[in-house]
Design a protein around this ligand. Structure first.
Ligand code: UD1
Length: 361
């Protein structure tokens, strides 16, 4: 069987790496890796391939940044040519980014079966571009690999046949389980015992200068009592620069470049609290039992609230200092690791693909 994996942006890499590895260990499928180039900076892309021991992509479509329509369309044009040339038996797409939905549409129209890894998640908020990507991708997918049972429930409610849905667990946790022992704080923070870790990049928080300024002002308040480490996403960095936001950098408020996987995981596993608007970090903190304050009005990952350590604060940015205080002062919130977040999700995908291949031969 000839398989294409499509990856494009930072959160795809830690999901595709373990699936690639499980398939190469458990099958003799011919695997081809396509990078759309949606993320292209060394710190947003290359470093992950090295750390996650991913092969160098066989093809890079070098798409880069653009508006949603232009970026998605550019990926579709180039990916269609590639699929016509390679003629794969199956394509694997990951997560909810523009590269995911672009590849999904191309495959559907060329009648190439495709599987969606991380299917069924819903924020029920169509203002989020990722929600649109999830809805379209899942609607078209031939195989849907879900990370949690709420994903199955959402898909069934939308009319997806049960036979297409496979609850296999969380592939991103496979990478975390494998690399946790190797992850450590970067050298410059090695002696720091207590700190808060922050990531922000959602358009709803960072594209409006007033919102971003308010978040930053609240984080600066927090940094008066505990150091704040903030690796800044390129989108956020641009907004800070373009709008000349007021930031007093000091030893307790550290804006740094985006980090590689191992450095970031090292900081996350030792943090007192994480403040984020990312999807994946809500899951990683739940697994690690680290309190997570999510600066969003909703989440497509409700299991991180019902079983994990996550809480949503929406746009109530003023709540950040008090919530940080109570997270630090109260005993560790008990967390349960969600079912099948056990480091073996990718092996389950490989098993399903083997069965699929045997049935078709
Ligand atoms: C994308 C994904 C989002 C994911 C996030 C992780 C979509 C719709 N969004 O959002 O789901 O959580 O990646 O990072 O697919 N830029 C660089 N260098 C890069 C990449 C981006 O400088 O390597 C800058 C560009 O100026 C661009 C901005 O960051 O305008 C945003 O990049 P883009 O890929 O459009 O979306 P993200 O916000 O990164």
């Amino acid at each position: 069987m000839k398989l294409i994996h499509v990856v494009g942006a930072r959160p795809n890499f830690m999901k595709a790496a373990p699936v690639w590895s499980a398939i190469s260990r458990m099958t003799n499928f011919n695997q081809i890796l396509v990078h759309t180039g949606q993320h292209y900076d060394r710190l947003m892309s290359d470093i992950f391939f090295k750390e996650l021991r991913m092969p160098i992509p066989d093809y890079n479509l070098n798409i880069g940044s653009d508006s949603h329509a232009r970026q998605t369309a550019a990926i579709m044009v180039k990916f269609e040519e590639l699929v016509n040339e390679i003629e794969p038996d199956l394509v694997l797409v990951y997560g909810d980014i523009n590269s995911t939905v672009a590849a999904a549409i191309v495959c559907s129209k060329l009648l190439i079966p495709f599987a969606h890894v991380e299917a069924g998640l819903r924020s029920f908020d169509r203002r989020m571009p990722e929600e649109i990507n999830r809805l379209i991708t899942d609607r078209l997918a031939d195989m849907l690999f879900t990370p949690s049972k709420d994903g199955d429930d959402n898909l069934i409610k939308e009319g997806t046949p049960k036979s297409k849905i496979h609850f296999i667990g969380n592939v991103m946790i496979d990478t975390l389980v494998r690399l946790l022992p190797k992850a450590d704080k970067p050298n410059e923070f090695r002696n720091l015992k207590q700190y808060i870790l922050v990531t922000l990049h959602r358009p709803s928080n960072v594209d409006d200068p007033k919102s971003l300024q308010s978040i930053i002002t609240n984080l600066q308040n927090v940094s008066k009592s505990i150091p704040v480490i903030f690796p800044v996403h390129p989108r956020t960095k641009k907004m800070i620069a373009d709008n000349s936001l007021v930031i007093t950098e000091n030893i307790n408020f550290r804006l740094i470049d985006p980090l590689g996987y191992l450095d970031f995981l090292g900081l996350m596993k030792n943090a007192m609290t994480v403040i984020t608007d990312s999807g994946g970090i809500q899951e990683e903190t739940t697994y690690l039992g680290i309190p997570c304050i999510t600066v969003r009005e909703n989440t497509e990952r409700p299991i991180t609230i019902s079983l994990g350590t996550n809480q949503l604060i929406g746009k109530d940015y003023y709540k950040i200092p008090d919530l940080v205080k109570s997270a630090i002062n109260s005993p560790k919130r008990s967390n349960t690791i969600p079912p099948l977040w056990d480091g073996k999700a990718s092996e389950r995908i490989a098993t399903v693909l083997l069965q699929h291949n045997n049935k078709n031969n």
